[in-house]
Design a binder for this molecule. Structure first.
Ligand code: TXA
Ligand code: MG
Length: 325
C-alpha cells in the first residue's frame, strides 16, 4: 500500500489517500466497516482499532501486534448506554462510569451478550473490558461507527505504547489502512483498568484515574486485584531495547538520566522539571523511546513519588525494567 508522510496537524490522514478516497473520520469509519485496521488517537495512548464484532478484523490486530491470544482487548464505545449493551453493570460500575466517562477508565464487568463482541476479542472470557474514551476524534469515530471498537495500544506487543501519531505509525502503521492524527496524547499512560465482578471492585492496571479517586467513590478496593488479575500484565512490558535502571540519583557512564523535579538531570531529558506527575505521565513513553534511539548503556530514571498518578508511572517503569511478575 502506498504511504505518505504527510501529516495534517490536528487533521486527517488516510495513508495512500487518493482523490475520491474518504479521509478523516469518514475514512476511519469506512476502514472499520471494511474490516480493516485503524490507527486511532485517544487521550491516553494511540490505539490500533478494529470492528469488535468482526473476528477476522480482530485477528488482524493480534497478528499486527504479535500479541498473545490469551490477552483480551478493550471494547471502546460511545457512551455508558452503549457500554451496558455489552456489559452488565452493578451500582459500583455505574457510579464509576458516571464519574469518569468519557475518560481514561476501563471497566471489566460480566459480558451481557457473547455474540456482539467476538470471542477472540474477549479471549474467550465471560467478562468484558469497556471504555468510553475522552478524545474528540475517537468519540467522533465511535459515534459514527455505532458499534464497539476494540483498540489495544498501537505498539507491537511488549513495546512502549505510542503517545504521538508518528510513534503509532512507526509501530503498527503499516498494518492499518486508515490513520487519524489526534496530536500528542494528553494523558500518556494507558487507562486505569478496574474489574467490577461479583460485587467486588479491584484495580487491575493503575492509570491516571487514581486508586484514591476510585476508593473515594466505591470504598476500599479488593486486594490489589489478586484473584482476577488482568491477563495482559506480562512481566517485561512497555520495554525499550536499552536496559532501564530505576531510582537513579545520577547518570552513570554512557547512561541517559530521565529526571523528575528541579535540578535532577538535564532539562532535555526531564519527565517534568517542576516535578508534576501529570506532565511526567504525558512525557513518559515518548522520552523512553527518544532515549532508546540514542542507544545508551542504560536509561536511568530518577525516583518518582508513589502516590496518585505516580502509582501508574512507577508501574510502567517497573515493567519496562522487567521487575514486575
Ligand atoms: O488506554 C487504553 O486503555 C488504551 C487505549 C488505546 O484505549 N488501550 C489499551 O489496550 O491499553 P491494551 O489492549 O493495550 O490493554 C488492555 C488491558 C490488558 O492488560 C488486558 O489484559 C486487559 O486490559 N483486559 C481486557 N479485557 C479484560 C478482561 N476481560 N479481564 C481482565 N483484563 C482485561
Ligand atoms: Mg498495551
Amino acid at each position: 500500500m502506498e504511504r505518505t508522510d504527510r501529516t495534517a496537524g490536528e487533521g486527517e490522514r488516510v495513508p495512500g489517500d487518493a482523490p475520491g478516497r474518504l479521509s478523516g473520520v469518514e475514512g476511519a469509519v469506512a476502514a472499520l466497516r471494511a474490516g480493516e485496521l485503524l490507527i486511532m488517537p485517544t487521550e491516553t495512548v494511540y490505539g490500533l482499532a478494529a470492528d469488535a464484532g468482526n473476528p477476522d478484523s480482530v485477528a488482524k490486530i493480534f497478528e499486527a501486534k504479535g500479541r498473545p491470544r490469551f490477552n483480551p482487548l478493550i471494547s471502546h464505545v460511545a457512551d455508558a448506554v452503549a457500554a451496558e449493551r455489552i456489559a452488565v453493570f452493578d451500582d459500583a460500575a455505574r457510579r464509576l462510569a458516571a464519574a469518569f466517562w468519557p475518560g481514561p477508565l476501563t471497566i471489566v464487568a460480566p459480558c451481557r451478550d457473547m455474540t456482539v463482541v467476538s470471542d477472540l476479542a474477549r479471549a474467550g472470557l465471560d467478562s468484558i473490558a469497556v471504555r468510553v474514551p475522552g478524545h474528540a476524534r475517537a468519540r467522533a469515530v465511535l459515534d459514527a461507527f455505532g458499534g464497539p471498537v476494540v483498540a489495544p495500544s498501537a505498539n507491537r506487543s511488549g513495546r512502549p505504547s505510542p503517545t504521538t501519531f508518528a510513534d503509532a505509525m512507526e509501530e503498527t502503521g503499516s498494518f492499518a489502512s486508515a490513520a487519524l492524527d489526534g496530536g500528542p496524547c494528553a494523558v500518556g499512560v494507558e487507562s486505569t483498568v478496574v474489574s467490577v465482578l461479583d460485587g467486588r471492585v479491584a484495580l487491575l492496571r493503575p492509570g491516571s484515574v487514581t486508586r484514591e479517586e476510585i476508593e473515594a467513590l466505591v470504598g476500599p478496593l479488593d486486594g490489589a486485584g489478586e484473584g482476577h488479575r488482568s491477563p495482559g500484565r506480562l512481566t517485561r512490558h512497555y520495554a525499550p531495547v536499552s536496559p532501564v535502571r530505576l531510582e537513579a540519583g545520577e547518570a552513570g557512564a554512557g547512561e541517559i538520566l530521565l529526571g523528575f523535579g528541579p535540578g535532577v538531570g538535564v532539562e532535555r531529558w526531564s519527565l517534568s522539571p517542576s516535578g508534576d506527575l501529570r506532565e511526567a505521565a504525558a512525557n513518559l513513553f515518548r522520552l523512553l523511546r527518544e532515549a532508546d534511539r540514542e542507544g545508551p548503556a542504560a536509561i536511568a530514571v530518577a525516583p518518582i513519588p508513589a502516590t496518585g498518578l505516580g502509582e501508574a508511572i512507577n508501574d510502567r517503569l517497573e515493567r519496562a525494567a522487567g521487575f514486575v511478575g
